[in-house]
Design a protein around this ligand. Structure first.
Ligand SMILES: *Cc1c(COP(=O)(O)O)cnc(C)c1O
Length: 398
């Protein structure tokens, strides 16, 4: 059997999967079985934040694996405590962390924190959570329900938990709040929904209004967090102080990890929440190495320079190809090109793969770029050269 045959026979069909067989990566370059190189403008889906085969990260993982990979959370775990301190200090917020294994799980933790807050801090229980249309918060039953896209709420998986509602715009949130509303959950830059950033002034006004009303602000930074937008958190960039923040994708550089942090540090008591794997030696050691690498990149100004360079390239591409694209969208290294028609999106993805460049989709008509934060200028140049060839191919082949 070929690998494709084995995969199709034994793995459940939940992804529209590409069958290029990658065997190695270095920085933002991937190699397939035949030794062909590909430029990686996707980094998983914003996960390989420090590139492939990063020596600092791989050494940290190997060293930790030789000592201890895992103990239960009934034991103290040194790298977990250190990573929590590092995350809290980098954020600048007076918060504490809980570690999970994914973005959806981090958001589940956030919703549990909000629900307990709503149950214990008010005479009348508050439990409702408002989210935004086109949001994405995960694939568990609860986070699917929190996701503001009706097509995700398929009857296949019903009934869903109560208490979630959606509004089209930030300006509509205030009117949607009632005396049972405990929290608003939102992404500052909607990722899966189309790389759509919200206005800073609008987000700041929202944060003020929620504080006045005693409604919690949960910011889902699973995609925007860990320097993706240029600051440690997008919340830092937007200069707001959320009650709860969730992280995952870029935090472990590819090792599964999620985190929820809150300023309500005494909300949970032992037994309220937990995870078998969450925060173990391996994943938190990886997180520490990732943050060391990215903090140095940030402090030296190199991250900012990479972001400006990438942005300029993308602007040029958008301008020179305005027959295909409406505009360039996004912040930092979370970028997109809004295609004029939905069918252009798929055609570009396919052509890019033929030119040995990996890009992503977002929403109905956005081509998305989530490169590693350590990507080099020459890899950016090569990637955009291949992207131009892919666009020529789209025009030729229609
Ligand atoms: C990817 C993503 C999630 C889900 O993360 P998983 O690790 O796949 O569970 C949640 N929220 C946002 C904003 C995401 O981008």
């Amino acid at each position: 059997m070929t690998l494709e045959e084995i995969d199709k026979r034994y793995v459940l069909h939940t992804y529209a999967r590409d069958y290029t067989e990658f065997v190695e990566g270095k920085g933002s370059t991937l190699y397939d079985k035949e030794g062909n190189d590909y430029i990686d403008f996707a980094s998983g889906i914003g996960v390989n934040s420090v590139g492939h085969g990063n020596p600092t990260l791989t050494e940290a993982i190997c060293e930790q694996a030789k000592r201890l990979i895992h103990l239960s959370n009934l034991q103290v775990i040194a790298p977990q405590a250190e990573l929590a301190r590092k995350i809290v200090e980098s954020s600048g917020y007076d918060m504490a962390c809980f570690f999970a294994n994914s973005g959806a799980e981090a958001n589940e933790g956030a919703i549990k924190i909000a629900r307990k807050y709503g149950e214990t801090r008010f005479d009348k229980k508050r439990y409702k959570v408002i989210t935004l249309e086109h949001s994405f918060h995960g694939r568990t039953i609860t986070t699917v329900k929190a996701t503001g896209q009706e097509n995700f709420h398929t009857p296949h998986f019903s009934p869903y938990p109560d208490g979630f509602s959606y509004v089209p715009r930030i300006a509509d949130i205030e009117a949607a709040i009632d005396d049972e509303t405990v929290a608003v959950l939102l992404e500052l830059v909607q990722g899966e929904g189309g790389v759509q950033p919200f206005e800073k002034s609008e987000v700041q006004a929202l944060a003020r209004m929620l504080k006045e009303k005693g409604v919690l602000l949960i910011v889902d930074e699973v995609q925007t967090g860990v320097y993706r937008t240029g600051e440690f958190l997008a919340s830092n960039l937007y200069e707001i102080e959320p009650d709860i923040v969730t992280l995952a994708k870029g935090l472990g550089g590819g090792v599964p990890i999620g985190a929820v942090m809150t300023k309500h540090k005494d909300i949970f008591s032992p037994g309220d929440h937990g995870s078998t794997f969450g925060g173990n030696f391996l994943s938190t050691r990886a997180g520490l190495a990732v943050l060391d690498i990215l903090e140095a990149l940030y402090d030296s100004g190199a991250l900012h320079e990479t972001m400006l360079y990438f942005e300029q390239k993308l602007r040029d591409v958008a301008k020179q190809n305005d027959d295909l694209f409406e505009k360039e969208v996004g912040i930092g290294l979370m970028r997109g090109l809004r295609a004029k028609e939905a069918k252009i999106q798929n055609a570009v993805l396919k052509a890019a793969m033929q030119e040995r460049l990996i890009v992503l989709k977002a929403g109905r008509n956005t081509v998305r770029f989530l490169p590693s934060l350590t990507i080099s200028k020459s890899e950016i140049d090569e990637g955009f050269a291949r992207f131009e060839s892919a666009l020529e191919r789209v025009r030729r082949e229609g």
